[in-house]
Ligand binder design. Structure first.
Ligand code: SAH
Length: 349
């Protein structure tokens, strides 16, 4: 089968080369790029300043990789909206739009499924299918913006998948989404979350991107971390924290450590003290997340007084700590959950 080229994943220079190869005048590049990235068209027929013949040439040769809304859930508590998108061929991906005082944040997925296998996480259920393309990640945003009639100002790469395991596509996505000729979202408004793919943390550090790196730590030592996060067998906590220390040093950006609080597992006073000691000297922030109960998993949230005590110990040692607010609790807003239930219905192969 002949595959069409992925036009929305091209940067401006690559698109210019295509336009040149098609024998078209240079100014078409800016027009088409703007339709693709600034206006976010879903079909070549929307490119109204192009001649009809050119629009049909484009649609014969290129694919837009649109997401189509399969399910939309709106929280009546806080306005959080969760989408399950279909990518065609029975593939599903989810994302969540959250409303904050400063604007709209979207949490996007970077892969279909995930290889990392963290035992508390719904995204691991059903394994890994494939990497998402830069165009598909852009389309997660464009589709939500269009549906809600809003402009998204902040992005978190915290949906399904491990962004640093889809490194090249994620880097291209970041280039495109921050382009002033496109959605023009500031790097300062983007967070990338990783479970700890150590060599890629060094690669990312060299890029000095100005985004926020979140690291899903979830444990103060190897013994606890290895029980829930298989990635820890490959890169131990010391190696991971060494990379984080380097990242924070060379970028002067504060790392955000994510710590999912699981009742009776990683939430003791000793864990808090060990964590404080381990992180010493790293420019960072700690984000405590009461673990979300996932139907297929059996972890329980830490009790409120445990959270307070854990956070107090860290604060006493000089760390800044936040406890993540739960948004969209009435719509199962944590990523992976909707997709996992779609699998259950037998819709996914
Ligand atoms: N693979 C990346 C991106 C996923 S981000 C990463 O691991 O960071 C999703 C975040 O939610 C991660 O911090 C992940 O560890 C966390 N998470 C997954 N399942 C969770 C659950 N049941 N409760 C709370 N946090 C969870």
């Amino acid at each position: 089968m002949e595959t069409k080229k992925d036009i929305r994943s091209m940067n401006f220079e690559e698109l210019a080369q295509e336009i040149n190869a098609l024998g078209l005048p240079k100014f078409r590049t800016s027009q088409i790029y703007s339709w693709l990235h600034e206006k976010g068209v879903r079909d070549f027929s929307e490119m109204t300043n192009l001649p009809a013949a050119l629009r049909s040439t484009l649609s014969e040769n290129y694919d837009l990789h649109n997401c189509t809304i399969d399910t939309k859930l709106c929280s009546t508590i806080d306005g959080t909206v969760k989408y399950l998108y279909e990518l065609g061929r029975g593939e599903y991906v989810e994302c969540v739009v959250m409303q904050y005082k400063y604007g709209y944040t979207i949490c996007i997925s970077t892969q279909l499924g995930c290889k990392m296998g963290c035992s508390f996480c719904a995204s691991a259920i059903g394994g890994f299918q494939r990497n998402l393309l830069p165009s598909e990640m852009l389309s997660e945003i464009l589709t939500a913006q269009r549906d809600l009639g809003i402009r998204i100002s902040h992005i978190v790469l915290m949906g399904t998948g491990e962004p640093l395991d889809n490194y090249d596509n994620v880097m291209r996505f970041l280039e495109l989404v921050t382009d002033e000729k496109g959605l023009n979202i500031s790097m300062r408004h983007i967070s990338l979350s990783t479970c700890g793919v150590v060599p890629r943390i060094y690669d990312l550090a060299e890029k000095r991107l100005g985004l926020t790196l979140s690291v899903s730590l979830h444990a103060p030592n190897d013994e606890i971390r290895s029980q829930t996060m298989p990635v820890n067998h490959k890169w131990h906590i010391d190696e991971l924290l060494e990379a984080c220390r380097y990242y924070a040093k060379v970028t002067s950006r504060r790392i955000s450590f994510e710590y999912a609080m699981i009742d009776g597992f990683n939430d003791s006073d000793d864990c808090a003290k060990e964590l404080a000691q381990r992180l010493s000297g790293i420019l960072c922030h700690i984000n405590l997340i009461p673990v979300n109960t996932v139907r297929e998993r059996h972890y329980k949230k830490s009790k409120d007084d445990r959270l307070k005590r854990f956070s107090a110990i860290l604060e006493q040692k000089g760390y800044t700590v936040t406890v993540r607010r739960t948004l969209g609790s009435d719509i199962n807003a944590s990523c992976g959950q909707l997709r996992a239930s779609k699998r259950k219905e037998g819709d996914l192969t």
